[in-house]
Ligand binder design. Structure first.
Ligand code: SF4
Ligand code: SF4
Length: 206
């Protein structure tokens, strides 16, 4: 019959309208921005860079290897590698990005940059309120805006952040053990007696 679909649709609307007074699940909208629905942990928007410690420069995990720049499908990452090395937050000399920009007007939030980074230096952010008053360049995020502390990553993705921390700790402990084993093996090798190359001969005659 003509109009049955419209009547069915209106019945659904009416049921949800009346039901919303009794069932919270039927209220599918919230009074944004006063009210906010918590974002799921796997929600992602645009990438950001992680730094350890308090200093965004010294603690930046990125070593400007440029893998993410090469793999980014729309080519929206731009990196200039440093000429020198600087100590990271643990005092180890590392290259660093002199420039690290992401054009988020082109970024398609695919997360490939995150997956290819060998240093756990780039992760996906959940920040979506990015509007600004300026008309130009506000969609080009510079290194200063992209750099955020590891604590922030723990806040937005606690499960992933804990896994990454455990992995990095295990890697650095394994490296420290290997270094200690190499250092302790050297004095033994130096102290060992020279290896004999043939049978001993006697010069005494009876
Ligand atoms: S974010 Fe990761 S993959 Fe990209 S340049 Fe830095 S260390 Fe390399
Ligand atoms: S999320 Fe995808 S498109 Fe965006 S910067 Fe990373 S690799 Fe490029």
């Amino acid at each position: 019959m003509i109009g049955t679909g419209i009547l069915k649709g209106m019945a659904v609307t009416l049921r949800n309208f009346a039901g919303s007074y009794f069932e919270k699940d039927r209220l599918i909208t919230v009074q944004y921005p006063e009210e906010r629905i918590p974002l799921p942990e796997n929600y992602r928007n645009f990438p950001f860079l992680i730094y350890d410690g308090d200093d965004p420069q010294a603690g930046l995990r990125c070593v400007a290897c440029k893998i993410c720049e090469k793999e980014c499908p729309p080519q929206c990452i731009y990196i200039v590698k440093s000429d020198d090395k600087k100590p990271d937050y643990m005092g180890k000399p590392q290259f660093y990005p002199k420039v690290f920009d992401i054009d988020i007007s082109v970024c398609m939030s695919c997360q490939i940059c995150v997956e290819v980074c060998p240093f756990e230096a780039i992760k996906m952010d959940k920040e979506f309120e990015l509007s600004k008053r300026e008309r130009f360049n506000h969609l080009l995020l510079r290194q200063e805006e992209l750099s955020k502390p590891n604590e922030y990553y723990h806040k937005i993705c606690p499960t992933d952040a804990a896994e990454v921390d455990a992995k990095l700790t295990a890697t650095s402990e394994a490296a420290a053990k290997k270094k200690a084993a190499t250092a302790s093996a050297k004095p033994v090798a130096l102290a060992a007696p020279p290896v004999s190359t043939g049978p001993a001969t006697s010069t005494r005659s009876s």
